[in-house]
Design a protein around this ligand. Structure first.
Ligand SMILES: Nc1ncnc2c1ncn2[C@@H]1O[C@H](COP(=O)(O)OP(=O)(O)OP(=O)(O)O)[C@@H](O)[C@H]1O
Ligand SMILES: [Mg+2]
Length: 245
């Protein structure tokens, strides 16, 4: 579905290599966790996959559904079925939730908006006509963002820390929601996360460390490599930590 081959990124206006020789694969319908410490390059990899300006690979290639998309525009990639939900969601004051979701699906009808809202657990009757403003809770805002992505019917959705800012109690709801979205739409998900509870639902995972892939494998293997890279048992709270306490 998605393959990164030896991708190196030097952002525009910078001489620093922030992503170095990164390769990994996301299979069809797979939930793939991308983990790593702050500043390890996770969002930058997401931006390069999406084709954002400033993050075009200096070297390497990105393949999506058997096509080399390295030089395609964001719009062309979106048309092929790639979407990204931002780590810091954009503000969308002033319009209704329905209008906001519809804005992302040019040929879309109201039915798709309704379906997307239902999939993220927001009652369509109640939410489609509601103003997308500050009265929404953080959790509702996340769901609206997710609905907007779902409505685009992507082959692959990239979620950059969908769990950030969520109360610990709602993790289970988030996981249920992502599992439902995958089940009902068949989309693959590249799931950037700092949380083990979220990563645990992934079929496969990749660990980024200082811009490089330190490990790809199942989530437990990747977390073990992560713990070893950190190397200090007292700071590790992972249930997969292989180091003696
Ligand atoms: N446009 C840019 N110009 C210069 N440096 C950048 C640019 N974008 C990212 N970086 C740097 O690249 C490194 C990786 O950043 P990135 O946002 O990809 O990390 P991350 O893994 O997503 O971190 P976090 O977990 O905190 O979200 C950081 O040191 C960041 O400052
Ligand atoms: Mg990030």
């Amino acid at each position: 579905m998605l393959r990164l081959k030896k991708v190196t990124i030097v952002p525009a206006n910078s001489s620093e290599v922030i992503v170095n020789d990164v390769s990994f694969t996301v299979r069809e319908r797979e939930i793939h966790a991308l983990v790593g410490p702050n500043g390890s390059g996770k969002s930058s990899v997401a931006y390069a996959i999406m084709g954002l300006s400033g993050y075009h690979p200096r070297q390497g290639h990105i393949y999506f559904r058997d096509q080399d998309i390295t030089d395609l525009s964001v719009t062309e990639r979106a048309r092929l079925g790639l979407t990204l939900a931002w780590q810091e969601p954009v503000r969308f004051e002033g319009i209704t939730i329905g209008e906001y979701i519809k804005a992302g699906i040019h040929d879309g009808d109201g039915q798709r908006v309704q379906e997307a809202l239902a999939l993220v657990g927001l009652a369509p009757d109640q939410y489609a006509t509601r103003k997308a403003d500050a009265s929404l809770s953080g959790g509702e805002r996340k769901r609206v963002e997710l609905a907007a992505v779902v409505a685009m019917r992507p082959w692959l959705m990239i979620l950059d820390e969908p769990d950030s800012g969520l109360d610990i109690i709602v993790y289970d709801e988030l996981h249920e929601m992502l599992a439902r979205i995958r089940r009902e739409t068949g989309t693959a998900i590249l799931l950037i996360t700092h949380r083990e509870e979220t990563g645990d639902m992934a079929d496969a995972a990749t660990l980024l460390w200082k811009g490089q892939v330190l490990k790809s494998g199942n989530f437990a293997e990747v977390m073990q490599a992560y713990c070893q890279a950190i190397g200090r048992r007292e700071r590790c709270r992972s249930k997969y930590c292989p180091m003696p306490s």
